[in-house]
Design a protein around this ligand. Sequence first.
Ligand code: APR
Ligand code: ZN
Length: 255
Amino acid sequence: MSGEKIEKLAGLIAGSRNIVVFTGAGVSTESGVPDFRSPGGIWDRFDPREMTFQKFVSSEESRRRYWDLFRVTYREFRGVEPNPAHLAIAELEKRGRLSAVITQNVEELHQKAGNSPEKVLELHGTMWKIRCLDCAANYPWTEAYKLLEQGKIPENCPECGGLFKPATIAFGQQLPVRTLEEAQERSRSCDLFISIGSSLVVYPAAFMPQLAKEAGAALVIVNREPTPFDDIADLVIHGQAGDTMKSAVELAGQN
Ligand code: APR
Ligand code: ZN
């Protein structure tokens, strides 16, 4: 990966006080967990067409498949630690340069790395909570995981009879409105928007880099592979999130 591009990113960071960092599953692969669309990713092992919200609410068989995805990912994500990319992003907050982290990820590694929860906008929810779809009653993960290991799934909500579901946003499910609105506001008012480890193919999340660019922010994309937004970006770094962000934030700190 070229030093020149790292220097350019470091210069952009050093010159910005209102940075939005946007992340996808690729920011967490160096912590040892899979992303979705790389070879061997989650959508190689589970069919995303089976994981829609409509399917979840329509049949017990679909709910079992959805819960099985959680049994597998819960086991893979349990005990996973933040990697240098997460730590570099947390450092930006420490330096008072971060407006927000807008993440599509659900494993809360940004918070674990040191970003304040109120600075992390989780567009696709969190896997660490289970709620009733009707009354939002909570269900403890540990209980659910024991059931899943026995091949069972959580019964309906004892309060209202509603369905329990992990608090992640499934395809076709409404994103949390306030979080989405805040993500749009932050994207429109930042001076630097850095997208890290996202294929930028899922909407409305993928609107964020566009909003930022249209509002005059510098757009940087850090991703192992090309994305549909590379041609409108001011800087594209096809490299590893960890090395790239660690080097750029360290270099920026010396300015
Ligand atoms: N460094 C840089 N880029 C990486 C790394 C890494 N260590 N590891 C993976 N990548 C890149 C991949 O090349 C890929 O382009 O990160 C991108 C991850 O893309 P996806 O797997 O599509 O993940 P994401 O963009 O977060 O998906 C968005 O889709 O399935 C839904 O709800 C799910 O939130 C998810 C959404
Ligand atoms: Zn309920």
